[in-house]
Design a protein around this ligand. Structure first.
Ligand code: TXA
Ligand code: MG
Length: 346
């Protein structure tokens, strides 16, 4: 049954307490609210209410074996929902919470299996976006939230894309304007012997290693052709994908430019490239993803650019490959998924 969705604007620098309270009440009575975070927009429901989690899966069209992240607004609440917080986890919390980082812990019974997709572990995140923090507090402290897109589409970094996907499927959408980071949080599994990155994000492997020493990475993330199951169930699905066919061309930059030009000849296509290369593709339709000197800019624009290609009914996207250092690892992870692993090496 379609519902009426109320859309409201909240300025993170001047939070409207009445609207936040209204949003919190919706969550407390089992409804759904989409809200901004520093990474991407989230689709929130009460994490401790199994019915709310079921509604989230239905609204997103997401398989219910793909667990949700529980969002908190203060550290002490972590201890309410997880069994054990290791010394390593404490170090990570000290360094990166609040912020764009999610950790996996053994869950307490209080967290329903509906929220964790049947797992006995739970993913927890403490975001730093002021509107998200106020909203989580008003909601009772535990908000389950996947990215606020229909399953399989790029995560939304602008409220208009949340509306496009979720209008009529949630009770409220909080428009918080543009999202600063633009890629989902780093996920680190703290339940094993060594911390392991299950999804790369703004908090890079290098940053985590400064705090923890050695950190492993789920091997399925590094090897595009791996047949092993990723440890984060969500990484199994074709994700982040535009409607267009998409191919990444990888290699020395002169050869990449030449190959993209050759592939795009006499074809309707859109090229994704760094600012520095825009002029190389004269005569072709080009989207500038940002300067190669600023990977944060590339991260912040990637999902928007993919959505724009959808809006323009692009049939073929030809993308340059980017560096995989630092946040570049997260950019390349999403780019490769968006392309359904279609990469040409030149
Ligand atoms: O930045 C973010 O993390 C955003 C914002 C809204 O906070 N949320 C987000 O949620 O990206 P979602 O549902 O789109 O992605 C959650 C990922 C999925 O790949 C899921 O499989 C994984 O986290 N995950 C959740 N709980 C897990 C668990 N217990 N063990 C392993 N992976 C888990
Ligand atoms: Mg998602």
């Amino acid at each position: 049954m379609p519902m009426i969705t109320k859309t409201v604007k909240i300025d993170e620098n001047n939070i409207d307490e009445t609207l936040i309270k209204e949003a919190g009440e919706i969550i407390k009575r089992g409804g759904l609210v989409a809200f901004p975070t520093e990474t991407v927009y989230g689709l929130g429901g009460d994490a401790l209410n199994p019915e709310s989690s079921k509604k989230i899966y239905a609204a997103k069209g997401r398989p219910s074996d793909n667990p949700l992240i529980v969002h908190i607004y203060r550290i002490e609440d972590l201890y309410e929902i997880v069994e054990e917080v290791s010394d390593n986890a404490k170090k990570v919390m000290d360094a990166f919470w609040p912020g764009p980082l999610t950790m996996i812990f053994k869950k307490k019974d209080k967290v329903p299996f509906e929220t964790t997709g049947g797992l006995d572990t739970v993913a927890v995140r403490f975001p730093i976006h002021p509107t998200a923090m106020a909203f989580i507090e008003a909601s009772g402290g535990f908000v389950a939230a996947p990215s606020a897109n229909i399953s399989g589409r790029p995560s939304p970094t602008l409220a208009k894309y949340v509306c496009e996907d979720l209008d009529g499927r949630v009770d409220m959408i909080i428009d918080g304007g543009n999202i600063p980071i633009g890629l989902e949080s780093t996920i680190v599994d703290m339940t094993g012997e060594k911390p392991m990155i299950l999804r790369p994000g703004f908090v890079s492997k290098e940053m985590l290693e400064e705090v923890l020493g050695e950190v492993c990475v789920d091997p399925t993330i590094l090897d595009a052709n791996s047949t092993e199951r990723p440890k984060a169930p969500g990484m199994r699905y074709r994700h982040y994908a535009p409607k267009a066919d998409m191919v990444i061309v990888r290699g020395d930059s002169d050869r990449v430019v030449a190959k993209i030009k050759e592939m795009g000849q006499n074809k309707e296509c859109t090229v994704l490239c760094v600012s520095e290369h825009v002029n190389e593709f004269a005569g072709m339709k080009v989207k500038d993803v940002g300067s190669e000197k600023d990977y944060n800019e590339i991260a912040a624009s990637l999902y928007r650019v993919l959505r724009e290609c959808d809006d323009e009914n692009t049939a073929l996207i030809l993308s340059e490959s980017f560096s995989d250092k630092g946040i570049g690892a997260a950019v390349m992870n999403r780019l490769i998924k968006a392309a359904g692993h279609k990469i040409i090496d030149v």
